[in-house]
Write a protein that binds this ligand. Sequence first.
Ligand SMILES: NC(=O)c1ccc[n+]([C@@H]2O[C@H](COP(=O)([O-])OP(=O)(O)OC[C@H]3O[C@@H](n4cnc5c(N)ncnc54)[C@H](OP(=O)(O)O)[C@@H]3O)[C@@H](O)[C@H]2O)c1
Length: 262
Amino acid sequence: MALKFAIIGCGEIGGEILRNLTSIPGSVVRITRRNEKKGREIAAKYNASYFRDNKEAVRGVDVIFLTVRPSDMAGVMEEISEYVNAGQFLISTAAAISIEYMRKFFNENVISRYIPSPLITENGGVGIIAGDIPEKYSSIISGWSKKFHKVEEKDMHLYTILSSSGSAFISAALVNILDKLPCDDKDFCKKIVTDVIETTMSSVKGKGLDECRQIAEFCSTPGGITAEGIGVLNSENAKEIFSSVVSASLEKSLEMQKKFEK
Ligand SMILES: NC(=O)c1ccc[n+]([C@@H]2O[C@H](COP(=O)([O-])OP(=O)(O)OC[C@H]3O[C@@H](n4cnc5c(N)ncnc54)[C@H](OP(=O)(O)O)[C@@H]3O)[C@@H](O)[C@H]2O)c1
């Protein structure tokens, strides 16, 4: 029998999930978002149905994806809780919002939290999941990511930062390096940077962190050009900056949990 899905809050991440769901033969997908025009456009593109009403959208589906922002989670869960029945499986992508808090709205359901790194469709990305997940859905969702990990919920703040934010941090660091280079032909410099990212990432593919260290060492002739820059990266100042990056994100995650789990 065809599986029925609802995506509540079909924005960026909801859209990625929609693209993946519609590749399941015979699947039926309903989506909601506040902007009706955009909702109808994305629904039409992927042969899904747009619903104006979240309560109507969740009625009778097998799986409910909650892909609104953390600040909107409480309102949406309160709105639909009476319309969700015990047999429906709920998956939230919202950063910071715990399963324990979701239980207050859905006390009989199987619930999980799913953090996909962005770009899950184009490049495969990394998928992190916590909580209970029925096997048949686990095998569907794991296929959306190149790397898929089941983790303990208590560590989700940390894994959100490593997976979802991690790819953003690496990209932002490289953009900062590029911005500081005195390039006359910015487009050509950008091409070199993206070529380097692509080839470096493919050479560490399937290998461990040591491989990354080895690349740094291999490219750094002692006393040479690269070694000079790596020295700065390994300096106390740089370590402090990286430590502040991680602390800022972790603190924000904890702050959001406190603020939005009301
Ligand atoms: N972006 C990422 O890379 C990423 C990665 C992992 C996890 N996440 C998590 O995924 C969630 C979504 O992130 P996002 O980047 O996709 O945000 P987003 O693009 O803003 O999507 C959220 C969507 O929710 C809709 N929405 C808000 N309130 C609603 C309501 N009451 N009823 C129906 N729809 C409603 C919004 O609709 P309108 O736009 O029409 O107002 C919007 O399209 C967040 O909780 C975030 O923590 C994001």
